[in-house]
Design a protein around this ligand. Structure first.
Ligand SMILES: Nc1nc(=O)c2c([nH]1)NC[C@@H]1CN(c3ccc(C(=O)N[C@@H](CCC(=O)O)C(=O)O)cc3)C=[N+]21
Length: 292
């Protein structure tokens, strides 16, 4: 049996369509246009590509995009001053500082300078704590996108055995929190985990976010399991995920491809978070289906 493909690209396009409709209504009924500021420090070519596609997606749903570029050598104070201005700017509802930052900067200090209500990445300590304690939060875009795909495929996640491979603050940990909030039984595996293949064979849901090309093997997968591949690895033969796609798709029930899986959902969820932040900032009801 071959796994069903989970079409993240199509799901993301539909989500962006609903966002565009809500943005148009916000403008017509309240004269409000959501604004998203993206800050890029340095000239990393991959980062420039992401920032450009985020800018394009922002305009396509009718939001206003603001781009700020600082040189790789800019002092941290300059970045903090820019963030302070964006925090105070009423036209800016969401702020994203593209990661990674140059080595001379303190990533945590920079991220936590973002006003929590404008933290559309959900990376600040306050939003991470809110998510972990079941309070209304800004939820990191990639895990939120994965959750939407999982619920669409499986319905209720209650009682499912979920394995998250990777423990980063931006994917693994918030993904585990979201699955736990949906009453899955969650295991988080990492580089020091013993018997990962055996652990994986028990999982109904596998979320791979390790950053190692084709790491998850076909014989690690329980037949019929749902596999979400968060990996974006540039190799000699193009963009590949953290899952050995050709082998795993022979065993799994459903799997996300790379590209065309989680990546497009990340960008759509960034727009979803910007819309949610705008509604909250203006005391308006939040559009449904954009938050967990
Ligand atoms: N503060 C911050 N927030 C981020 O969300 C953030 C970041 N920094 N730094 C970099 C990573 C990476 N990231 C991706 C978003 C979309 C695709 C995406 O759409 N990928 C396409 C393919 C793109 C291609 O062909 O290169 C796909 O998977 O189909 C990939 C990667 C967001 N990031």
């Amino acid at each position: 049996m071959t796994a069903e493909l989970i079409d993240g690209k199509a799901f993301a396009a539909a989500l962006r369509g609903r966002i565009a409709t809500a943005v148009a209504a916000l403008r017509a009924e309240h004269g409000i246009t959501p604004g998203l500021a993206v800050v890029l420090v340095g000239e990393d070519p991959a980062s420039s590509v992401y920032v450009r596609s985020k800018g394009k997606a922002t305009v396509e749903v009718g939001m206003e995009g603001f781009q700020h570029r600082l040189s790789a050598e800019a002092p941290q104070e300059e970045l903090l001053a820019l963030i302070a201005r964006l925090n105070d700017d009423p036209a800016v509802n969401g702020i994203l500082v593209q990661l990674p930052l140059p080595r001379h900067m303190d990533e945590a200090a920079v991220i936590n300078a973002i006003a929590p209500e404008k933290d559309v990445d959900g990376f600040t300590v306050l939003n991470a704590g809110r998510l972990a304690t079941g309070q209304k939060a800004m939820v990191p875009c990639t895990p939120l996108g994965c959750l939407m795909l999982l619920r669409d495929r499986l319905g209720s996640l209650a009682g499912k055995d979920a394995l998250v491979i990777g423990r980063s603050n931006i994917v693994g940990k918030p993904m585990a929190q979201l699955l736990l909030a949906d009453s899955a039984t969650v295991t988080v595996a990492h580089s020091r985990t013993r018997d990962l293949p055996d652990l994986c064979r028990r999982a109904d849901i596998v979320v791979a976010a390790v950053g190692r090309a084709r790491f998850v093997q076909g014989d690690w997968i329980k037949p019929g399991a749902t596999v979400i591949d968060v990996g974006i690895n540039r190799t000699g033969d193009g963009l590949v995920g953290d899952v050995d796609f050709d082998a795993v798709r022979e065993v799994a029930g459903a799997i996300t491809p790379v590209p065309g899986g989680v990546g497009p959902m990340t960008i759509a969820c960034l727009l979803a978070n910007t819309l949610t932040a705008t509604a909250r900032a203006n005391g308006l009801p939040e559009p449904e289906g954009l938050t967990p």
